[in-house]
Design a protein around this ligand. Structure first.
Ligand code: SF4
Ligand code: SF4
Length: 425
């Protein structure tokens, strides 16, 4: 890495747009406390692959000392945005905002053509409902014609993609309103998430049933859209802002007590809208993760649960640990299932999924996932629970590759299965 000048006039060389970014990078005191927490640094032991190194590179670029070379971009793009560094930083450096701002000003580095096409197709499928319906039908055809098996032989990326396609679920038409079947406690809006609609309808359906049993009317505004995290972290702040505005309009109903999110990645994004977009405070303040809400309501009135004498491996995604910070509620909810042996994955930093990272950086994503697969081999659980659909798909793909038959589901799915008739005790 080129050494930064130690004595420079503050902000000299920075353009007007780069000055706030430069000021944010200057908050880093280069103490290095974040290095042991950084998954990419721990694997590569390369300072340029650490939070401190990346901040220095961006600082160099924003001050005009460094050019936005492909190698500079590569180090920034290799960041998972897991935000483990932020949670230990004594100087409270706004690391993820620095990366997002850098990408919005300088863009992302060059990508392989196959990755580019895959990313464009994935975005279109996630954001456009017509395209997602077509993709769902194509996936069903590809499965039945053994096309997927043939494609999966081609490369690492193809193998990863075909595993995802095999998880694609048929389009489900849902009602927009599910009244609470018994005594009404309140009304919630359910944020289903674009990926959840395509890959995890089981979690959506279990959540509607559970929220109803907890006494909530459940409302699913059809105008809701993708949370915008993929676009924001790719540097497209404008597109992310448009998606945020669409969600604000979709959930703008005064009688909603909560806006319940199912994937922690989406929940983290909705909670952090106000840091990026105006007029999103109300939506953010009503946003709550399903496990946290269920835990709080159930604590008030214990519900009967069927025992489950099985081993559960419980995963807490980075978005839960480092942004929502409600991993305890998830653990308490799952631990309330009688008879279950809970093993956590707390010693694993990041599974490597990280939104689109698993498609853009399949080798690093797979190296990080290996830590989870090792623990799965050692503990031989019947279930692996994770509350983020991206992590679930990535881990599921890894388990499939090593022929381990473990059911990978959202914690709320298992919890809802174990609820008996709903009698209070
Ligand atoms: S912990 Fe914070 S201040 Fe210290 S090097 Fe890392 S980002 Fe910079
Ligand atoms: S966000 Fe995660 S991968 Fe990126 S620098 Fe911080 S700890 Fe490392």
């Amino acid at each position: 890495m080129q050494l930064l000048k130690l004595t420079r006039w503050p902000f000299a060389g920075a353009t007007l747009k780069q000055k706030p970014l430069l000021a944010a990078t200057d908050l880093c005191v280069k103490c290095g406390l974040c290095l042991p927490e950084c998954p990419t640094y721990q694997i590569t032991l390369n300072e340029n692959e650490s939070p401190r190194g990346r901040i220095s590179l961006i600082q160099g670029w924003a001050s005009g000392d460094l050019k936005a070379s492909s190698s500079l971009h590569r180090h920034i793009d290799n960041c998972l945005l897991c935000r483990s560094c932020e949670s230990v930083c004594p100087a409270q450096v706004p690391y993820s905002k620095i990366i997002d701002e850098f990408r919005s000003l300088a863009g992302k580095g060059p990508q392989r053509a196959a990755t580019k096409v895959t990313m464009l197709a994935s975005r279109a499928i996630l954001v456009n409902k017509e395209i997602s319906r077509f993709a769902s039908r194509f996936a069903a055809f590809a499965r039945s014609s053994r096309l997927l098996a043939a494609i999966s032989q081609k490369s690492h990326l193809a193998r990863q993609l075909t595993t995802f396609l095999s998880d694609f679920q048929p389009h489900t038409r849902r009602k927009t309103f599910y009244p609470a079947p018994s005594t009404k406690k309140g009304c919630v809006g359910l944020f289903t998430g674009c990926t959840g609609e395509l890959f995890d309808t089981e979690t959506i359906e279990a959540s509607i049933r559970l929220l109803g049993r907890l006494g909530f009317d459940v409302w699913l505004p059809p105008e809701q859209s993708c949370c915008g995290a993929l676009d924001l972290h790719a540097g497209d702040t404008k597109k992310a802002g448009m998606l945020a505005a669409a969600n604000v309009r979709a959930f703008d109903r005064p009688r909603l007590d909560w806006i319940v999110t199912l994937a922690t990645g989406c929940g983290a994004m909705l909670k952090e809208y106000p840091a990026y977009f105006p007029q999103t405070e109300q939506l953010a303040s009503k946003t709550v993760d399903i496990c946290q809400l269920a835990r709080e309501v159930i604590e008030d009135r214990q519900m009967a649960l069927q025992p489950l004498n099985k081993t559960i491996l419980l995963h807490a995604p980075c978005s839960l640990n480092n942004v929502l910070k409600t991993a305890d509620a998830q653990k308490a909810l799952v631990s309330s299932i009688p008879g279950a042996t809970i093993e956590t994955l707390d010693q694993v930093r990041c599974c490597g999924a990280a939104g689109s990272y698993m498609i853009e950086h399949p080798e690093m994503a797979s190296a990080l996932r290996d830590n989870i697969l090792k623990i799965a081999r050692a503990t031989r659980p019947e279930y692996l629970l994770t509350p983020n659909i991206g992590c679930a798909l990535h881990i599921k793909a890894g388990l499939k590759q090593i022929d381990m038959a473990i059911e990978v589901i959202h914690p709320i799915v298992l919890f809802e299965r174990q609820l008996t008739s709903g009698r209070t005790i």
